[in-house]
Design a binder for this molecule. Structure first.
Ligand code: FAD
Length: 306
C-alpha cells in the first residue's frame, strides 16, 4: 500500500527547490507517476510511506520545447503522447512516433513523461534506445547556496545500470537535448509478453539517412534495449553499414553483428533470434522510409522483413 501525507505541485524550479530543501529525506519527485504508483501499489516494495510527493510536471522549464533542424530541446515532463500528435517533433525524431505508438495506451501516454522513463532507467524502457540513437544529452538542475546550477551528461553516461542513474539526491532532470535528424527514416521495433500495455522484452530504434542516389547509407543510428543492463548503441554496425552499398546480403551481415551482445539474465536464445529479426526489419523499414530506391529493397525483402 502507498501512503502519502502531502502532494505538492511547484510552479517554478525555485519553488521546487524550496520544497526539496524543506522536506529533505522525506520527499520523492514524481512527474506522471506511471512508474511510481504501480511499483508502490503492487506491493513489490512492501508498504510504502512517502511523506511528500513533489510533482514536477507543471514547472515551465520541464515543459520546454525547442525544435529546429539542428537540435531538439525537450522538457523532461514532455508526455510520450506528444511524439504522436506533434508533427514537427516527429519530423526531426522519426523513430519516436513509432516508439510512442507501442508505448502503454492513450491514457498512460498523456501522463508518462520522457524524463520519468529515463530516470526509471529500466533496461527495457522504450524511450531510451531512440534517445541513445540521437546522442541525447541530459540536463540536471540543483541549487547550491541559493543559486540554481545545471550540469549536462550524455545519456549513455547518465544511465549506469538497471534502475541506476547519475541523478544526485537533490537534482531535477530538467531537459533532454538531442540531435535533430530531419530526412532520416525511422523505425522502432518492440516485443513483449503481450501485444499491448506491456514493457518491452527487446526493443530497437533504427534511423537511416541515404545519400542522393538512394543506394548508400550516409548515416545510420542503431540502439537496442532489453539485451543487457543498459541500452546499447551499435556503433560498429553503423560503421559497417555506411562503408558499402545497402543490399540484402549486407543487411543480413549487419543483422548478425549484435547477436553476441545479448547479456540479459533470461531467455538469451529467444532474445538473439529477436535481435536478428529486429535488425532486418528495423533497417529495412527505416531505409524504406528514408526513400531507398525501389530496386534496392526488393519485394522479396519486403515479404521477409517488413
Ligand atoms: C500499464 C503500464 C504500461 C506501461 N507501458 C510502458 C511502455 O510501453 N514502455 C515503457 O517504456 N514504459 C512503460 N511503462 C512505464 C512508465 O509509464 C514509463 O517508464 C514512464 O515514461 C515513466 O514516466 P513518469 O513521468 O510516469 O515517471 P514517474 O513515475 O513520475 O517517475 C519515475 C521515476 O523518475 C523520477 N523522476 C520523474 N521525473 C523526474 C525529473 N524530472 N527529475 C528527476 N527525477 C524524476 C521519479 O522520482 C521516479 O523515480 C508502463 C507503465 C504502466 C503502469
Amino acid at each position: 500500500m502507498l501512503l502519502c501525507d502531502d502532494y505538492l505541485t511547484p510552479k517554478s524550479l525555485a519553488e521546487a527547490f524550496d520544497m526539496i530543501e524543506a522536506h529533505r529525506g522525506h520527499y520523492r519527485l514524481v512527474a506522471g507517476a506511471t512508474d511510481l504508483l504501480p511499483w508502490a501499489r503492487e506491493g513489490r516494495a512492501g508498504d510504502v510511506h512517502i511523506p511528500i510527493l513533489i510533482d514536477v510536471a507543471r514547472i515551465p522549464e520541464l515543459r520546454e520545447k525547442i525544435v529546429d533542424d539542428k537540435r531538439v530541446r525537450l522538457g523532461a515532463a514532455t508526455a510520450v503522447q506528444r511524439f504522436l500528435d506533434d508533427a514537427a517533433l516527429g519530423r526531426v525524431m522519426p523513430a519516436m512516433p513509432r516508439c510512442a505508438v507501442w508505448f502503454a495506451d492513450d491514457q498512460l501516454r498523456e501522463s508518462a513523461t520522457i524524463g520519468g522513463n529515463v530516470v526509471n532507467a529500466s533496461p527495457a524502457a522504450d524511450a531510451t534506445p531512440p534517445l541513445f540513437a540521437h546522442d541525447a544529452v541530459i540536463e540536471l538542475a540543483s541549487r547550491k547556496n541559493g543559486r540554481i546550477e545545471t550540469r549536462k551528461l550524455p545519456i549513455d553516461e547518465f544511465i549506469v545500470g538497471p534502475g541506476q542513474t547519475k541523478l544526485a539526491d537533490d537534482e531535477i532532470l530538467t531537459t533532454i537535448e538531442c540531435e535533430s535528424l530531419p530526412g532520416y527514416g525511422g523505425s522502432f521495433e518492440k516485443v513483449g509478453h503481450r501485444r499491448s500495455l506491456v514493457i518491452s522484452t527487446v526493443c530497437l530504434a533504427a534511423l537511416v539517412k541515404l545519400d542522393a542516389s538512394g543506394h548508400t547509407c550516409k548515416d545510420v543510428r542503431l540502439a537496442i534495449g532489453g539485451i543487457g543492463p543498459v541500452p546499447v548503441r551499435l556503433h560498429d554496425v553503423e560503421q559497417f553499414l555506411i562503408s558499402g552499398p545497402l543490399n540484402a546480403g549486407r543487411l543480413e551481415q549487419a543483422a548478425e553483428m549484435p547477436v553476441s551482445l545479448v547479456r540479459s539474465r533470461t531467455r538469451q536464445d529467444y532474445r538473439r533470434d529477436v535481435v536478428r529479426g529486429f535488425m532486418l526489419r528495423g533497417l529495412f523499414n527505416a531505409a524504406q522510409r528514408a526513400g531507398a530506391s525501389a530496386n534496392l529493397l526488393t519485394p522479396d525483402m519486403e515479404a521477409a522483413y517488413a
